[in-house]
Design a binder for this molecule. Structure first.
Ligand code: ADP
Ligand code: MG
Length: 713
């Protein structure tokens, strides 16, 4: 296929659908492997078939009619034909004397064309294949497949390809076969992996691909379906290697860029950093010290850092970020911190201003605040001090990456809760420097399971805070039905009387922020009534920013006992005196979201609890995944374990959020079962790039082709 052929005539619907599925090149078609198979290689008699059996037999049509009740359908009566008692097509020298008739079967078609009626006219003989439904009125089949009577049975399994609207299976199958043939003829499946790195059990690529498109009869369908068959193993290895090479290449490309040296020695030997350490009200944990030194070392290099700092909620990422910022400022560069929500950005701002503003003041430096909701005049001022470099630290929401924001000398970018940002936003930030790349530190409270990190984040360096600051008490988690709401209210009263505070999180109402609001308002009202004498605050996403800040401040200052809120408090809110969290309709939340929410309590010394209140749906029971999520929450508080289970429940595509585009590139490998191939690929990728650059390039092009752009983000 060449580009010019597209230009000359408009694409048909199936052609368009092929393009939409990314099936552009022959190689894409050749590597579009079946999602399952049907076995048409042997006969199965109708006589012996039971409900739900798949059968394939010969039959003669006895009657055929179109009825309109309950809706238009074609109903065909057939009778099985056997030859000399056997189910098979007669050979030419067998005469019809041996022909006997067997059971009847009713065929039903809701979609049919005249051509189908013609081939199923009374008296016609056909080969039929489908699933039997046995019922009171005899055997029936819905939409069986129909083949010519003298058809010889195929000797290979019949592939079924994943397809999309407007792309019939038969069209796709033909396109795949054509692409595959051309690939084989032109040597597109030539080996790219040097033989010295192939294990003995590995099938040659071309053999594996051919086999998977047409497996010989008798192969274990189970092995094909769970992809343990050697042919699949080969494809998984190939795919993982492509992923590893492309990620490693992206990493090396980044390493060839220049970044400022932030060793912190320009402005007078680490002065800010030292001063900050002195005024901190606590000692760094060992994990924090280790991570700080990893970052310190990285940003003192002139290649850009590209690092993910992961640590469970409450593990103390903010101070690590602050220390990176001071080192950057000590080196004479600006630092920007971006957070996904205004509340979170605001919290960072307050905390960092508390710590740093007095220290910066002495050097005549400022902290700038940028947000979407700020007044024009204030914003203008902030833009000015950012551009002239007076603002050593710039904190804000997405507002910090808008075009008008110009830095004088940006050295370090800190991104909190990185999984909430899209690739595009990160790219926009990167483009802020012309001659030098800033160093990049992304923070996440959703730890990435090891296989995922190795696979999708292979181009990132990862620092992990695997230790919580001392003095935390574990949060007791209870899963209870909302029928016991009264008990929960009693519990709230008890906490308040101890001087503690309580979060009450209202459920997400899908697709309706308006309903969210109604619900939160009602809950607020109800709770206020059942908690006389206690101040109950209300926080929801539709409130003006100033009101939100106000409500948050009152809660932080201990003026409100209970804070009713929608999920706006999800990330980062830090009120150590809060010791109880109630999550209403907990069954509607995702696992990592629940974990994040729960992380809001247990931040002080008091024993804390989280009540996951569920409500049984119309069917009077909880869905399977909802139950699994709640169970996981009750069983563990370890963010890594939660992340692992979340991955299990949701799969990598959803887990990765903004990296979904990159996730699409693993079609065959499964990170939960293919760790060994991942290890193999990770080991091989650098060797390929170093010693076999041409093959490495070919390998990646074959697998990723036009998808490559995504991976650089
Ligand atoms: P997160 O990793 O969720 O962003 P924070 O940075 O908000 O966590 O820290 C949670 C709380 O722990 C904050 O109140 C912070 O001041 C406190 N904290 C951080 N590090 C320490 C430490 N080493 N010792 C005691 N408290 C700490
Ligand atoms: Mg945080």
């Amino acid at each position: 296929m060449t580009n010019s052929s597209y230009a000359s005539k408009p694409l048909s619907a199936p052609q368009k659908a092929l393009r939409k599925m990314g099936l552009l090149r022959d190689i894409d078609l050749g590597l579009h492997l079946p999602m399952r198979y049907e076995d048409e290689t042997h006969w199965a008699s109708l006589d012996q078939a039971r409900d739900a059996d798949s059968v394939q037999f010969l039959a003669v049509v006895k009657s055929s009619e179109v009825v309109f009740k309950p809706r238009r359908q074609l109903i065909v009566q057939v009778q099985e034909i056997k030859f000399n008692g056997l189910v098979k097509v007669p050979s030419p020298n067998e005469n019809e004397l041996g022909e006997t008739l067997g059971d009847f079967c009713t065929l039903r078609f809701f979609n049919f064309y005249p051509s189908l009626q013609k081939s199923l006219a009374v008296g016609k003989k056909v080969r039929l294949r489908g699933e039997i439904k046995g019922g009171m009125l005899g055997k029936t089949m819905m939409h069986p497949s129909i083949h010519a009577f003298d058809d010889v049975l195929p000797t290979t399994l019949t592939p079924v390809y994943s397809t999309t609207a407007g792309l019939p299976q038969s069209y796709l199958k033909r396109a795949v076969m054509t692409g595959l043939d051309r690939c084989i003829r032109l040597g597109a499946f030539q080996e790219t992996i040097p033989t010295e790195y192939q294990s003995e059990s590995m099938w040659p690529l071309v053999k594996a691909v051919q086999f998977l498109h047409a497996p010989t009869a008798g192969v274990s369908i189970a092995q094909l379906e769970d992809k343990t068959h050697p042919a699949w193993q080969r494809l998984k290895a190939e795919e993982l290697l492509a992923q590893q090479i492309s990620q490693l290449r992206a990493k090396r490309e980044r390493q060839s860029l220049m970044a400022p040296n932030l060793s912190g020695e320009v402005g007078g030997v680490n002065c800010l950093t030292k001063e900050l350490l002195q005024i901190l009200p606590f000692q760094l944990t060992n994990a924090q010290s280790r991570v700080v030194s990893e970052i310190t070392r990285d940003i003192a290099k002139t290649t850009p850092m590209y690092r993910l700092l992961q640590g469970d909620v409450g593990s103390g990422k903010t101070v690590v970020a602050a220390l990176a910022a001071t080192q950057c400022i000590d080196s004479g560069y600006q630092c920007v911190l971006m957070a996904p929500t205004e509340i979170l950005a605001e919290q960072h701002f307050k905390k960092l201003v508390d710590w740093l503003a007095p220290l910066l003041e002495k050097k005549n430096l400022l902290v700038a605040w940028l947000s979407g909701s700020q007044k024009k005049k204030e914003r203008q001022k902030m833009l000015e001090i950012t551009q002239d470099g007076q603002a050593a630290l710039v904190i804000g929401t997405h507002a910090v990456i808008q075009d008008q924001v110009k830095f004088r000398s940006l050295g370090l970018v800190l991104i909190d809760e990185q999984h909430r940002f899209g690739v595009a936003q990160r790219l926009a930030l990167k483009a802020k420097l012309q001659d030098q790349e800033p160093h990049l530190l992304m923070m996440s409270a959703t730890p990435i399971p090891r296989t995922l990190a190795m696979s999708y984040y292979a181009d990132l360096d990862v620092s992990t805070l695997d230790e919580l600051p001392p003095g935390r008490t574990p949060v007791v988690t209870k899963v209870i039905s909302d029928q016991r709401r009264d008990e929960v209210v009693t519990r709230i009263k008890a906490q308040i009387s101890l001087g503690r505070q309580v979060y009450w999180v209202c459920p997400l109402i899908e697709d309706s922020e308006a309903l969210d609001l109604v619900n939160a308002t009602q809950t607020h009202q109800l709770l206020s009534e059942s908690l006389p004498g206690i101040n109950v605050g209300l926080l929801h996403s539709k409130m003006p920013t100033a009101d939100k800040k106000d409500v948050m401040q009152q809660f932080t200052d201990g003026k409100t006992g209970v804070l009713v809120s929608t999920t706006v408090i999800e990330v980062g809110v830090d009120v150590p005196n809060a010791s109880l969290m109630v999550i209403e309709h907990a069954e509607r939340f995702g696992l990592s979201q629940l974990h994040q929410l729960r992380g809001r309590v247990g931040r002080g010394a008091a024993a804390s609890a989280c009540v996951l209140m569920y409500s049984l749906g119309e069917h009077g029971r909880l869905g399977e995944t909802a139950r699994e999520r709640l169970k996981a929450m009750a069983q563990t508080q370890d963010g890594f374990e939660i992340a692992r289970r979340d991955l299990e429940i949701r799969g990598p595509g959803e887990f990765l959020g903004s990296r979904q585009s990159g996730a699409a590139m693993l079609r065959f490998a499964d990170l939960s079962t293919d760790q060994e191939w991942l290890d193999w690929a990770q080991d091989l990728a650098p060797k390929m790039l170093d010693s076999y650059p041409v093959q490495a390039q070919e390998h990646v092009a074959r697998w990723l082709g036009h998808k490559l752009e995504y991976l650089k983000a």
